[in-house]
Design a protein around this ligand. Structure first.
Ligand code: CP
Length: 319
């Protein structure tokens, strides 16, 4: 693995999950690359990604440094040929190779603008770092994807399916309401990882108008009736995303899509997932988040092993 930008870089997903679970059992298993330097560049806020990746780096003996570019650094320009007479102070062409000279691996977090689908879906920011940094780049969530999250999600499903002796779980990605337009990254990424993994019966449920781009969802079944989708589900991954067709907009929706215990009567064993952060009693109710059904903390905990497995593979393959 040179870069980690999407499921296409993951190779065999079951092998990566096994590696992650081995590291979870023995966090100090691979310290051959102690002293290598990891730069974590955050252009947007984070709690889990920032800390879990740093913990993963610690476990591997790496030195990691976080740079928050929103306040702490020069505002970067990404447009080719830009006349930089506005707010941007430094071009990525200049900044990325400098960072590449300081670090052995770079992690980049950058959110979409949600104004222009073409711009966002071209992944200009992430690709600019890949082009100019000269070192391996890992996505810490980009304009269209969140692959470290998706790997942690599959690790979590694998663990709980084993625990509950489920051979082939039914996994539902379910849209939920929100007051702000949110990126499609987590839903896109989870869909493409589920399709590539193939270890579950996967379907997507959302109100009409919230169809994701088929480039990510492939042939996944889409259901517009929440109760129908929930029937006998083993895992329900709740997540809001804004519209793709009316790009970045919140559309009017009939009924309340917030999940409740009542709606889950047809899926009594279902475990509830969310990538966090979650707005309580808007996206997910207290009654669910505070119940045994919720596995959101375990899911977030697995972000460490997801990051550690990916970092290990990048280190093994490049140094
Ligand atoms: N799930 C996730 O990426 O969380 P953060 O935004 O806190 O990193």
């Amino acid at each position: 693995m040179r870069h980690f930008l999407s499921v296409a870089d993951a190779g065999d997903i079951n092998n990566l999950v096994e590696d992650a679970l081995r590291l979870k059992a023995r966090p100090d298993l691979n310290r051959r690359f102690a002293g290598k330097r990891l730069g974590l560049i955050f252009m947007n806020p984070s709690l889990r990604t920032r800390v879990s990746t740093q913990v993963a780096a610690l476990n591997l003996g790496l030195d990691s440094i976080v740079l928050n570019t929103s306040g702490d650094s020069w505002q970067l320009e990404f447009a080719e040929g830009a006349v930089m007479d506005g707010n941007t102070v430094e071009h990525v062409k200049d900044a990325a190779p400098v960072l590449g000279s300081y670090f052995d691996i770079l992690g980049i977090r950058t959110f979409p603008g949600l104004k222009n689908k073409e711009d966002d879906y071209a992944e200009k920011v992430l690709n600019a770092f890949v082009k100019y940094a000269g070192v391996p780049v890992m996505s810490l969530e980009s304009a269209t994807r969140h692959p470290l999250q998706s790997l942690a999600d599959i690790i979590t499903i694998t663990e709980y399916a084993l625990l509950q002796k489920i051979k082939r779980p039914k996994v539902v990605l379910m849209w939920a309401p929100h007051v702000k337009p949110l990126p499609q990254c987590v839903a896109n990424s989870f869909s493409e990882w589920m399709n590539a993994w193939g270890g579950a019966d996967f379907l997507i449920a959302h109100p009409e108008g919230y169809e994701l781009d088929r480039a990510f969802t492939g042939e996944a079944k889409v259901i517009y009736i929440q109760e129908e989708a929930l029937q006998d589900a083993d895992f329900v991954y709740v997540k809001n995303w804004s519209s793709v067709s009316e790009y970045g907009k919140i559309l009017p929706v009939e009924g309340n899509w917030m999940l409740t215990n009542e709606k889950l009567e047809s899926a009594p064993e279902a475990r509830i997932m969310h990538c966090l952060p979650v707005r309580r009693n808007l996206v997910l109710s207290d009654e669910i988040l505070d119940s045994e059904r919720s596995i959101v903390t375990a899911q977030a905990g697995n972000r460490v092993w997801s990051a550690q497995a990916v970092l290990s593979e990048i280190l093994e393959d490049n140094f």
